[in-house]
Structures are given as C-alpha cells and as structure tokens.
Ligand binder design. Structure first.
Ligand SMILES: [Zn+2]
Length: 156
C-alpha cells in the first residue's frame, strides 16, 4: 500500500504544524500519537535528521529545461548538482540511477541534440507532465528522503 493511500484511510485532520517541517519546509501536518507528522513528506515533526550522519542516498533522474532544450541527467545530490547547471526550470524528478538515465537517453534518442541535451518536444513534455502528477519535484524528493530516513530508523 502506498504512503498516500495509508493517509487517506486514516482520514486525518490536516492542521498547521507548530513550525515548518525540518525536511521539506511544509507547514501542514496531522497529529499522531504524541506528536505531529508532516502532511507533505510524512516526516515526524520535531525530528531533526542527524547532522553527523550522511543523508540516505536517493538517486534521481532530473529533467532540466533551458529555453527549448532539456537536460536529462542523474544525481544523488540534486540540490548541489542543479545549482551548478544553468537552467530555466526543473521539469521533473524520476527516482532512478544511471541505468534509468541511460534508458531515458535511449527513449528520447530521436530528439537528442548532443550530450545530455534533448529537444523539448511534445513527447518529452508529455513524459515530464506525467511524472509531475505524482507531485512537485522537490516535494517528491523530500518524500523519498523521508521514507528512506524512516526506514533507516526502523532498522536501527
Ligand atoms: Zn515535510
């Protein structure tokens, strides 16, 4: 069962968090046993990701538009990576590593302009629009991070 389905079944009352979520900056949350859970990324409000530990590794394929071209690349540190690439807009994230990136490069080979840059065709636009149905890219990333952190907490 997906995380979102679980939320729906609980029919939680979404209220304002006492302060912004430390993981995604979200301001809305639901009361859980003895605390709050962020409504956006499901991080437990008040928990601070341990600064001494590396954040979980989340590989993403990113779609970065600059003018009428889109760079399809992969990174496990998208914040730092995207800051170093000139672009107009982050179109979408897709969870996956270099294998998925290579697959997408093959999928869109016909509109490849060179390197990792592709023409922003209607086909590519449809693909990124579909990916965005799951959520705004950084919010999705926060959810993946939150999920991995919670999984780590359970295992530890
Ligand atoms: Zn959050």
């Amino acid at each position: 069962m997906s995380a979102s389905a679980r939320i729906v079944l609980r029919v939680p009352k979404v209220e304002s968090l006492p302060g912004p979520c430390s993981l995604c900056g979200g301001l809305r949350g639901v009361r859980t046993h003895g605390g709050w859970t962020c409504a956006s990324c499901e991080w437990r409000y008040g928990d601070v990701p341990d600064a001494d530990l590396p954040l979980p590794r989340i590989d993403v394929v990113y779609y970065l538009r600059f003018d009428r071209r889109v760079k399809i690349g992969t990174s496990r540190r998208p914040k730092q990576r995207l800051a170093s690439i000139r672009h107009d807009e982050l179109l979408a994230f897709e969870r996956g590593d270099r294998n998925l990136e290579q697959q997408r490069h093959r999928d869109f080979a016909a509109i490849r302009e060179g390197g990792e840059w592709f023409t922003f065709s209607t086909e590519l636009e449809a693909h990124t629009t579909e990916l965005r149905r799951a959520g705004e890219p950084w919010l999705l990333y926060a959810r993946w991070l939150s999920g991995a952190l919670r999984a780590g907490t359970v295992n530890g």
